[in-house]
Design a protein around this ligand. Structure first.
Ligand SMILES: NC(=O)c1ccc[n+]([C@@H]2O[C@H](COP(=O)([O-])OP(=O)(O)OC[C@H]3O[C@@H](n4cnc5c(N)ncnc54)[C@H](O)[C@@H]3O)[C@@H](O)[C@H]2O)c1
Length: 580
């Protein structure tokens, strides 16, 4: 039976059979020899994921001072049912990943269809043709429990398999550049021996040329620039590898403006990546306790942070939102801890801050469920069966990337508590973490396993129409700072919902005027780090009481027709009566 791979737009592609492999290699041999005749190096990018697909295009777009392309790139991807579709799409010049950066589709189309410097393939034989192999396959960190990163392990299977295959196919002159974020020590202590062993099996006496240079790519509207026009760190396992990696990166990246940092050994480059991301995870986690402090003591942490940021020495202080997602920050520190024990063989426990930061970040979103529960309690409503709308599924603003987003945990916890969840996100069509929760991101690794009653989330679909999403909602959770949510009018929101709702602000999205207006409309408002909402609520309540007093003092019905705000305030007044 033929097997198929289905693209996100539901196009069906048959997986290649044995005959196809032979023909495909023949095609690549011909194209590579034509390209060599044009003086171009052959670069193979292994792994056409978020990073590899765009890195392949950046390399294919590289040119010399005269504007002549210097590289021909073969993007290589496993022909699995899950990923094979990326190959035929890329061969047509279509980006296999959606991006908010308009340069991504333009560059891929240009390189495939105009410059003809980019193709894609599934056959490992393509490795035989490469002068440089760039490895962009994943290296995961698998957590066995929620909120305890120490209970986990690095999953290097894809990387180890890739390196073994590389060793079986490349020439002795091929430079292998690992861009994957790895456990520090991997290039020299795992990768180098794997390739060397494969060389020896092939009767090759020379040693592999191997280097590491990590990606700092940032999803969003500057995706391409974050690869091409950004500082890089690199290092080779020996002098020749270092010389080759420096030459390669100078040829494909904008190193004139963003100079390379060359470190002595790959473990230093690998550690730089892990420390960089652990530092970021730590400064984000640091504010979690102050966020709680703010909520319990009438402090608006957003204003506090803005006040601190004025100091240039503190301008990278950053509000954490409902958890810290993305592919890298939740896992990279874990790779470091794991390497210390399992690559370098130490038994003691030197890491305190890095795991604590990750654990705090991994569970911060659960507090959003507490706030939602408390808001319902204040409104005298049950959370069970409540219709709750989450605004934003991505892990950060204005990108369509849901990996490890705080919103996933919010949905899971509130579902467990009996609520009915709906989601709106203008950047996302499918939230695979739910639609395919039994095998995404990998079978048995879904966060589903940490919560009960998750089966119905298989049917959770992203609503693209905000008004429809709001219709008869009991609560709205502002989870992501997408630009679409920053200036939503409270009157419109409440009108579309059909009455007063619970409003939870996870990211400092609501200004004080909006918070006040939600209270006036009879809503309950809560927010991460936003303790001052209680003060605003008291002011609204005091105003209502004053209005009532005025009326009773005059002993007559006051004409409120000139002040609709006052009228609503009186109508909704009873809903402000319940204490926190
Ligand atoms: N996504 C980011 O924002 C980001 C940022 C900086 C660094 N990184 C790092 O870059 C690396 C890659 O990340 P990603 O987001 O592109 O991952 P990804 O999961 O999107 O892509 C990896 C790709 O490699 C393919 N692959 C796996 N084994 C293969 C094999 N043997 N042969 C060919 N292809 C194979 C997979 O099918 C997949 O398409 C990771 O180490 C990650 O930590 C990612």
């Amino acid at each position: 039976m033929p097997e198929y791979s289905i693209s996100p737009t539901d196009e069906k592609f048959q997986l290649p059979g044995p005959d196809d492999y032979r023909k495909e290699f023949q095609r690549l041999k011909e194209v590579a020899s034509e390209q060599r005749a044009l003086g171009r190096e052959i670069v193979l990018v292994m792994g056409l994921g978020f990073v590899g697909a765009v890195m392949a295009a950046v390399v294919a777009d590289a040119q010399d001072e005269k504007g002549k392309p210097t590289k021909f790139v073969i993007g290589m991807q496993r022909p699995s049912t899950r990923s094979f579709w990326k190959i035929p799409l890329l061969q047509r010049g279509i980006s296999p990943m959606s991006s908010e950066d308009p340069e991504v589709p333009l560059m891929i189309n240009r390189c495939v269809n105009e410059k003809k410097t980019l193709t894609a393939t599934y056959t490992y034989d393509a490795l035989k043709l490469a002068d440089v192999v760039v490895v962009d396959v994943q290296c995961d960190y698998l957590k066995e429990s929620l909120g305890n990163v120490k209970d986990g392990r690095a999953d290097m299977a894809a990387l180890e398999e890739s390196l073994e295959i590389i060793g079986q196919h490349i020439t002795t002159e091929t430079l292998v550049l690992i861009e994957t974020t790895v456990a520090p020590g991997t290039t020299e202590q795992v990768g180098y021996p794997i390739i060397k062993k494969a060389f020896r099996k092939r009767g090759i006496d020379s040693d592999p040329l191997l280097a590491h240079s990590f990606e700092r790519v940032m999803p969003g509207k500057n995706y391409v620039a974050s690869i091409r026009d950004f500082w890089r760190v690199c290092s080779g396992v020996n002098e020749e590898s270092t010389r080759r990696v420096v030459k390669f990166l100078n040829e494909v990246l904008n190193t004139e403006k963003f100079p390379l940092t060359v470190l002595d050994r790959p473990i230093e480059s690998e550690t730089a990546k892990i420390v960089e991301n652990s530092f970021r995870a730590t400064i984000l986690a640091f504010l979690d306790e102050w966020s709680l402090f703010a909520e319990r003591n009438g402090v608006d942490l957003i204003k506090v942070i803005n006040a601190i940021k004025v100091r240039p020495t503190h301008d990278n202080i950053i509000f954490p939102g409902p958890g810290i997602g993305g592919y890298c920050l939740p896992k990279d520190g874990g790779l470091g801890l794991w390497a210390y024990h399992h690559v370098h063989g130490f038994e003691d426990d030197i890491f305190k801050i890095t795991p604590l930061a990750i654990d705090i970040n991994d569970t911060r979103a659960l507090h959003v469920a507490h706030l939602t529960r408390d808001a319902f309690r204040n409104m005298g409503r049950p959370i069970a069966s409540a219709e709750i709308l989450v605004l934003g599924a991505s892990y950060r603003e204005d990108v369509g990337d849901t990996r490890y987003s705080g919103s996933e945990l919010i949905v899971r916890r509130l579902t467990e508590m009996g609520a009915e969840l709906r989601v709106h996100d203008p950047y996302i069509l499918h939230w695979w973490e739910f639609e395919k929760q039994d095998d995404y991101p990998a079978s048995s690794h879904s966060l589903k396993r940490f919560f009960r009653g998750q089966e119905k989330l298989n049917y959770l679909r992203i609503e693209q129409d905000l008004n429809k999403a709001l219709d008869r909602a009991d609560a709205v959770i502002f989870a992501v700072r997408h630009k679409h949510y920053l200036s939503l009018d409270p009157d419109e929101v409440v009108k579309n919902a059909g009455g007063p709702i619970a409003v939870i602000d996870c990211f400092g999205i609501l200004d004080d005027e909006r918070i006040k207006r939600y209270f006036e409309l009879g809503c309950e408002v809560k927010g991460l780090g936003r303790g001052h909402v209680k003060r605003i609520k008291d002011q609204v309540r005091a105003k209502r009481e004053q209005l009532l007093l005025d009326i009773s003092m005059r002993g007559e019905k006051r004409d409120l027709s000139s002040s609709t705000g006052d009228l609503e305030l009186l109508r909704n007044g009873c809903k402000l009566g319940v204490e926190d």
